[in-house]
Design a protein around this ligand. Sequence first.
Ligand code: ME8
Length: 516
Amino acid sequence: MTSKPFYVTTAISYPNGAPHIGHAYEMIATDAIARWKRLEGREVYFLTGTDEHGIKMVQTAAAQGVTPRELADKNSAEFRKLAETLNVSNDDFIRTTEQRHHEASQAIWTKMAAGNNGDIFQSTYKGWYSVRDEAYFDEAELTEKDGKKLAPTGAEVNWVEEPTYFFRLSAYQQKLLDLYETNPDFIAPKERRNEIISFVKGGLQDLSISRTTFDWGIPVPGAEGHVMYVWVDALTNYITGVGFPDEGSELFKKFWPADLHVIGKDIIRFHTVYWPAFLMSAGIEVQHRVFAHGFLTVDGQKMSKSLGNVIDPFELVEEFGADAVRYFFLREVSFGNDGDYSNEKLTLRVNADLANNLGNLAQRSLSMINKNCDARVPTPGALSDADNAITAEVTEAIEAAQKAMDEQLVHEATGAIITALSSANNYFAAQEPWALKKTDPARMATVLYVTADAVRRLTIPMLAFVPASAARLLDQLGVPAENRTLADSKIPGLLAAGTELPVPQGVFARIDRKAE
Ligand code: ME8
């Protein structure tokens, strides 16, 4: 175990609309990672928030007859509420319209412009811009449909021509390639790393980083009429969140460089090309790692307002509960790949793993303890081969989960825990403690102890995934709050014999969906 602090972030979302399940998914996965690190005993700082500037916000607000500020206020509050609703353990929630962020963005700009390298210069931008992506595209990247030019993302592009500031990105090609080379874990998953390396090898053009045709943004220091290109300010949120420009602050010294930026695959270029280049230019250490997760579809289809299949994450939690929703995404979607949501899949997954597997084992063993062992953790006798085998399997599962979580393979970690729980169920069924009640009560006590201790050990890691339910289950097992770390889960036999236990109550309800 290491006590090295751990700084993890999500992307900050555009509050041009209410949050959807893609946003919920990113929060949930990042929260599982943050909680896991805390279980490891590390001091964690977890940042999420909203990205409120840019032309997209201006246009959406205009269409709704409100100001960009009003639009941002309304929807940012929804994102904040989403984090609470999902039981996300973020330490801070940043809004890019806050004063602290204006200061940080102007400070990084000044550093990029200053001194020896002078990476910022004035020129005229002429080219294509996609408002939906808030991104510039080369002519060669575009396709045409119904007389409209489209970006590779399918979004419409417009021709823009304006005097802007540029960032000398072209000067960073070799430095970036060196960064990827010396830090093989900088970009995950691996396929994404290869894509980015070949993109950078293909050559980098200087990047237009200010706009003059609207004013909803952070003013460029000393350049009237220019606001920063939204991505310059957006990426800077990650250092604002830990106290930049005060690089001497406790928070900054402790947590920067970030250990991990969790983002979606559509914005990987911004995070693995632009962001490290900006940081290098400003003389700030580069983040350690970027993990790009996949995209969610619904019933096999892309989410879209016109298809009417956009899922409201608040409704989902209302119907199934936060832990069921969290668990589904963490177990079902292999992290880094695309995933699909459907009510049926959620129901099957949650019933199989949480209700029938973990819930059932806990309830059956705890009920027997309640009835037959005076409602106290029983005292085990000598251990049989079967007892030792299941105990060893639990140890291996926790180690496998740890290894998976070291690389953010959340689905593998949950999978390892669930597989061990199935084995524990098989062990329990094979040992038939209910039959031992009359024939060999001492052996019954041992089987119940071994089972309850396996449940304890496998429930501790579940605190990262289904925090509220796992905590309730550990309460029922009489596990004190300070004994709920991964270190505790790795050691068998810590369940204290003689501990008085409450009357067990089912923690994981089966989802019973009537035909709709
Ligand atoms: O990109 N499935 O904001 P955003 C999974 N403001 N993830 C999805 C998704 C889906 N269907 N749709 C979006 C932005 N996401 C910028 C980020 S960071 C300095 C600035 C993910 O609201 C997306 O990939 O469009 C991104 O990581 C996050 O949700 C916010 O997306």
